[in-house]
Design a protein around this ligand. Structure first.
Ligand code: HEM
Length: 231
């Protein structure tokens, strides 16, 4: 299709629209889809056992392993570099949560990703190698989401399965090094707005963000098949 045939999210909005607004608006529908997936609804409705939560947390481990093992190599990149922030890293917390959820460390050699998770992690690894703008789309989709809706999931998990408040089992959702999440999100949006990208590249990043949401929804779909609601 010729570029002129496409009414893109970028050209449909005023040129003055900040990129952070653009990416949020353009992914709104996908956000709702992920949020209202059967698996998420059942998880938040307290209708799943801790085994489902454990399996979900395992999937996050693979996603963040792909995201954060690539981080060092992107630190000097002009596009992705400003987003690399060890204060965000989730892998150490995920490791502690999974040690707790499994009652030991043997999961580290046993655990396997769902097919959808494998595809999601592979996409992140590919982008980290080939396209820093695409990596930023995934970075945004994960970390800003975890800082926002993640807090709702944490509260529900503590309530449903009795984890200590902000303790083992839900440390993934606790950003110890981010003192003020609202201020952090504001600064993050400023970094998005300062990205040195032309309109075509902005549209590509927005499209990749939509793909990131779709990859998450696919993981929820597979988790939903493995764990239908029990009550
Ligand atoms: C039940 C699950 C979820 C709930 C309850 C939820 C809820 C929320 C809430 C309340 C916000 C804050 C909106 C604002 O500040 O204006 C938010 C933002 C966000 N969420 Fe979710 N969310 C969920 C799932 C997800 C998933 C699965 C993803 C993607 C992996 C995601 C990605 C995001 C992103 C990227 C933002 C930041 C939007 C922005 O300010 O630019 N969320 N979410």
């Amino acid at each position: 299709m010729a570029a002129s045939d496409v009414t893109s999210d970028v050209t449909a909005q005023s040129a003055a629209t900040p990129f952070s607004t653009l990416i949020r608006t353009a992914s709104k529908e996908q956000h709702e889809e992920a949020e209202t997936s059967a698996f998420m609804s059942h998880l938040l409705g307290g209708r799943l056992g801790v085994d489902a939560y454990r399996r979900y947390t395992e999937q996050l481990w693979f996603v963040y392993d792909a995201m954060e093992s690539a981080a060092d190599g992107l630190r000097a990149d002009p596009v992705a570099g400003p987003f690399i922030d060890p204060g965000l890293f989730r892998l150490p917390s995920l490791r502690r949560d999974l040690d707790h959820l499994h009652g030991g460390t043997d999961w580290r050699t046993r655990v396997r990703p769902l097919p959808a998770t494998g595809a999601y992690a592979a996409r992140i690894a590919e982008l980290a190698r080939d396209w820093p703008g695409g990596y930023v789309a995934h970075h945004y989709t994960r970390y800003l989401g975890d800082l926002s809706g993640g807090q709702i999931i944490r509260g529900k998990a503590e309530q449903t399965w009795g984890f200590a408040r902000k303790g083992d089992g839900v440390r993934f959702y606790v950003f110890e090094e981010i003192g003020n999440p609202a201020a952090f999100k504001r600064a993050y949006r400023e970094r998005l707005d300062a990205l040195p990208l032309d309109d075509l590249e902005k549209q590509r990043v927005v499209d990749e963000c939509k793909r990131a949401f779709a990859l998450n929804t696919a993981v929820f779909r597979e988790l939903g098949e493995e764990f239908p609601a029990s009550a």
